[in-house]
Write a protein that binds this ligand. Structure first.
Ligand code: KJ1
Length: 334
């Protein structure tokens, strides 16, 4: 089978939607030649991305005999953006994935992969619904255990910890979603986040600050997306009503809700018993590999990997990512 990356509206996959716990989710599904499929893999994207962010992985995993399901997550593209912020909590999103999976595997199991916020979510699905998960992998996003005390991100950063998350203070506030509205601004924002830079090396994003909004109009086209791909992203983002980034940024607004939901889990040590894979990206400034120190304490069957490059490992280091995931799957499924 042709394992080249998906293009917009690719005939190798189907474009479907499903009602999941009262919300409409748009998703891509690809079926392998193998019948029945070896297994079903769900791939969960992050910010500011779409299911299309897995375009280099989908045909490859299908060629290995897997059914691959890739949703546009809550708040993104043609998927709903509920008014209620609680719908964006990890616990609620985990329940969504569980019900989504039922449509394909009944009471069986799935393999679950995530990148960025999708990576944060897949660890939570494994915590809330371990029986659903045959194996779980995360690209870029390390696991962090539920904690008893509430520590606001502001206080954490003021104490000199997690300073690489300073941008999240800006993202959860109103400034970014108020500023980035309409096709032109959304295009500039996505282009910048995907690494576009200006004639004097102006950049869009510094993890210790946030988005450099004044720079966005100065940036040249990023190298990681073709014109056609960037156009596709923009069209999908424009399916949301203004402010178009409201839903995607809601993922940054649930820290306290998640903490409260997870308090019962913080009483005893948590363990993920299923096989796990974490792949760090060596130059990810938002999610530096050093954040993953100590993860093995929570998962006895952890495999670690690393790829060279930025946060956009799925695209920028696609072959390495694909090879490492495939090798791990071969080991854990046989
Ligand atoms: C990153 C970077 C860089 C420990 C669990 C907490 C999970 C937090 C997940 C954070 C996800 C996130 O904020 N992702 C956005 C954007 C873009 C690109 C560049 N131009 O350098």
């Amino acid at each position: 089978m042709d394992t080249s990356k998906l293009i917009p509206n690719d005939p190798r996959v189907k474009y479907e939607s499903a009602q999941i716990r009262g919300k409409t989710y748009k998703y891509i599904v690809g079926e392998p030649q193998t019948n029945p499929p070896v297994d079903t893999i769900f791939l969960i994207h992050g910010f500011p991305d779409m299911g299309f962010g897995w375009r280099y992985q989908v045909p490859y995993f299908i060629s290995l005999g897997f059914r691959v399901v890739v949703p546009d997550m809550l708040g993104y593209g043609g998927t709903d953006t509920p008014e209620d912020l609680n719908a964006f909590s990890f616990k609620s999103l985990s329940a969504d994935i569980k019900e989504f999976a039922r449509k394909f595997v009944g009471d069986g199991q799935i393999i679950l992969g995530g990148h960025d916020w999708g990576g944060a979510l897949v660890w939570r699905v494994a915590l809330w619904h371990p029986e659903l998960i045959k194996a779980v992998f995360s690209i870029c996003t390390p696991f962090n255990a539920p904690t008893k005390p509430w520590i606001a991100l502001e206080d954490m950063i003021a104490a000199g910890k997690l300073t690489n998350f300073t941008y999240q203070l800006q993202f959860k506030g109103p400034e970014v979603e108020n500023t980035i509205q309409g096709e032109e601004k959304v295009r500039q924002f996505l282009n910048g986040m995907w690494g576009g830079f200006g004639p004097d090396r102006e950049i869009a994003f510094v993890a210790e600050k946030g988005v450099l909004l004044d720079n966005l109009p100065k940036l040249r086209r990023c190298a990681l997306l073709s014109d056609e791909e960037l156009d596709y992203y923009v069209r999908q983002y424009m399916l949301q009503k203004a402010p178009q980034l409201h839903g995607p940024l809601n993922w940054y607004r649930t820290r306290k809700i998640n903490w409260e939901d997870e308090l019962p889990l913080a009483d005893k040590p948590v363990t993920l018993e299923m096989p796990t894979l974490f792949i760090a990206a060596s130059r990810d400034t938002a999610l530096p590999p050093s954040m993953s120190v100590g993860m093995e304490k929570y998962m006895p069957r952890l495999t670690r990997g690393e790829v060279a490059g930025s946060h956009w490992a799925l695209t920028g280091a696609s072959e390495d990512v694909n090879g490492q995931v495939a090798k791990w799957l071969e080991g854990v499924l046989n």
